[in-house]
Design a protein around this ligand. Sequence first.
Ligand SMILES: [Zn+2]
Length: 255
Amino acid sequence: MDPDRFAGAAVVFAARSSWEDLREYARGGAVALLPVGSTEAHGPHLSLDTDVVIAMAVAEEAQRLLAEAGRRAVIFPALAYGVTDFARGFTGTVSISSATLEALVVDVARSLAEQGFAPIVLVNHHLEPAHFDALHRAAARAAPARVLVPDHRRKPWALELGEEFCRGGAHAGQYETSLVLAADPGRVFESRRDLPVLDIDLGRKIREGARSFRELGADRAYLGDPASATAEEGKRLLRVLARMVTELVLTEPSE
Ligand SMILES: [Zn+2]
């Protein structure tokens, strides 16, 4: 395949296309990128749709990288609800059950697969363990749909995402705030500059039984250091996350 065949082509969003325009992509077996986020409190300085904004930005960057490698990909509308029990009690947060999420993902994936899209890639940016687990379970039982779940908590990717991420402080801190500064800076509120560092040993607290941001001591629904976030770091992180998605697709053994 000519590696430059799709390079430079416009980003294709399924929701903004007519069905007849999209049919050609489906028949050609295009990759379906399905961004997955949440509607969840992200500190006083980020919007509730932070995970959706980041997942969409990663999907767009991944689509460009796939095009450069000669693979066509289409971005489908994001799933904006997830399992967000840690943020329960913070206004605006909406949590669905693991079973609901799993069933929804299986149905969406099978519907896309029926039309010819393959693989279906869950571009997830909501990190709650129960949420990620539900996505992995959905992928495992979505046959005949082929579903991939890039997981940036795993090596080697986690190691490239910075110290705060590796220590588990990746909720609305320097890591996520940097990503939003790169993806959609208007969604980062100025209040972030005055927020004190909240250095919490997440792993230890969870082992001790904490099951919510309040129990972790994160009274305003953020961890880490939002004030030190930069757009430059966000751009670097976006590229790492998009490379992870792209490499998983390109190394997938085809049927
Ligand atoms: Zn988040």
